[in-house]
Structure formats: C-alpha cells, structure tokens
Design a protein around this ligand. Structure first.
Ligand SMILES: [Zn+2]
Ligand SMILES: [Zn+2]
Length: 289
C-alpha cells in the first residue's frame, strides 16, 4: 500500500490554494506522508470564492468551493497536484442550538484523475456573534470567544456588505476599542455587531480542525482499491441490519460499510465497521418495542 502512494506522489510539487496560512498545519503532514513539496501561490485571492464575513457569498456548496480553489491554484502555477481547504459553520442540522464546524481538505491530481476528500466535523468552535451598544459588551463577547488568541470582527450591522463597514482581524484590546468606537459613532441607532473572525490564521480552534481533516485526507488516500490499487477507495454507502444479540432480528444499526473505487468501479462490503457484530437488545424492535 505504501508502495502505491510512494510511486504516485513522491517527489512531486503540490499547490495549496490558501491565503490564510493554512499551510502551517497542512504542509508538514502532506510533505511527510506523501513525500511531496508543498507550495502556496502568492497571486491567489481565495476571497473571490466567498468570505466568512459575507461580502462575497460562497460559490456553490462546500466541496464545490474547495474544488474551485484547488483548480485556481493549479491554473496559476501550471502544476498537476492541487490541494485546498474549505470550512463551514452553522447550526447543527439535528441539534439547531449547537454550532458545528465542518472542515474539508481536498486533493485533486490531474495526472492520475483523482479527487480525494478529508473531513472533520466538530462542535468545538467559537462561531458566534452579538449585537453591541458599548465596548464593554463587545469585550465580554470577545473574551468568551477566545480573544485575543482568536481574532474578532466588528461591523456596522449583521448584514452589511460594505468593506469599509467591516473591520476584521482584531487581536488587541486597543484595536477592539477603536473598532467599536468607530462603528458606534459612525452609524445611526448607536449599535454595532461583533463576531468571531473565522479565517484560519485568526482562529486556532479552527486551525486544529483543519489539521484533523488533513489527517483524515491521508487516511483516505492510503485506502487503496483492492482491484486497481488507486488511492482513495471511498466509503460511499452503508447497510443497516446489525442483528440483535438476543433474538437475532436485524436492527436499524449499521451492519456494513460499502467502499467504491471511482476509477475501476470495484466495490467492497466491510462488515461490522464499528467493531460490534451484535446489537444491544435495547435497539431491537422485538425485544424493546
Ligand atoms: Zn479500482
Ligand atoms: Zn431482539
């Protein structure tokens, strides 16, 4: 398996499309695990693909945005091995009161026609915002959101798209005071809006999740197809029906994972992905109706 990874990637140049210093966590992992050299193009503006501060709305869904960034990096450099990362924040679909952070790290290899994704999902995030009428309110929110290690954004309103009404990357008490004063004085109603800066270099909590997603990417790359040895043999489906420990009836719990190769179409069913061959009777429709 290591042999395959070695021959496909070793010695190549990878391009990471970022302008938010994500290479700090991504590069060491990719360089060590894939034997590549990673570069960051200097003339790339990933803000064109969307900003967390909403002046530019993201192009497409999270994966599509990551794809666009990686391809832009490849286009600018003429290289063939591209990487990008894209994060999303928001209410959890099942638990709306909890904020969830999903990070993707993407590999695109034009030479071998590969697209492989790593992912990390976490409730550990300082994603949040608050309407403010004073510096004291702003500071209280900021400290709760990990300031000053985590940067802040102060803006005239939640919805403004005007660049001059959004102050980003605030990391000092003095800077925060100044930004709040500016926004409160400048605009009617004497109120402003504060939110955590979600850009990676201003957000160590997020940086940690990007690192996790990179490890997941490596894990997925190392998963090679048993038929054609292409990296990125991927979990595409799951089957329910883990049998009940007492009566043997199939439950709603997952019995197997299905993996598919996007190159040759090979599929493989891996039984008992969570390490248990039987379900607890409390999960059974017959034993615990
Ligand atoms: Zn295959
Ligand atoms: Zn049962």
């Amino acid at each position: 398996m290591r042999e395959v990874i070695h021959t496909i990637f070793h010695g190549r140049t990878g391009v990471l499309a970022t302008m938010h210093e994500k290479e700090k966590v991504i590069a060491p992992i990719l360089e060590r695990e894939l034997g590549i050299k990673l570069m960051v193009p200097t003339n790339l503006n990933t803000d064109n693909f969307g900003t967390f501060t909403r002046e530019v709305i993201r192009t497409g869904n999270q994966l599509e945005a990551a794809r666009l960034k990686a391809k832009e990096g490849l286009q600018l450099t003429g290289e063939k091995l591209g990487f990008s990362s894209e994060g999303s924040f928001g209410p959890h679909p099942a638990i709306p009161i909890a904020a969830v952070n999903v990070e993707l790290v993407l590999l695109i290899d034009l030479e071998n026609d590969l697209e492989i994704v790593g992912e990390s999902t976490s409730f550990e995030t300082n994603f949040g915002h608050r309407r403010i009428n004073s510096f004291e309110e702003a500071y209280e929110f900021a400290v709760g959101a990990g300031f000053p290690e985590h940067g802040m954004v102060v803006r005239s309103s939640e919805t403004t798209e005007k660049e001059e009404e959004i102050i980003k990357g605030i990391t000092t008490k003095k800077g925060l005071k100044e930004a709040v004063r500016l926004m409160l004085n400048q605009f009617p109603f004497n109120q402003a809006f504060i939110e955590a800066d979600m850009r990676a270099m201003y957000n160590p909590t997020r940086m940690k999740q990007i690192e996790k997603a990179t490890h997941d990417l490596i894990k997925n790359i190392n998963n090679v197809c048993p038929n054609c040895a292409t990296p990125g043999f991927k979990l595409t489906d799951q089957k329910k029906g883990l049998p009940c420990m007492d009566c043997g009836f199939p439950t709603d719990l997952v019995r197997s994972h299905i993996y598919t190769c996007r190159k040759c179409g090979e599929t493989e069913e891996k039984l008992f992905p969570h390490g248990k061959e039987k379900a607890d009777p409390s999960q059974c429709m017959f034993c615990n109706p």
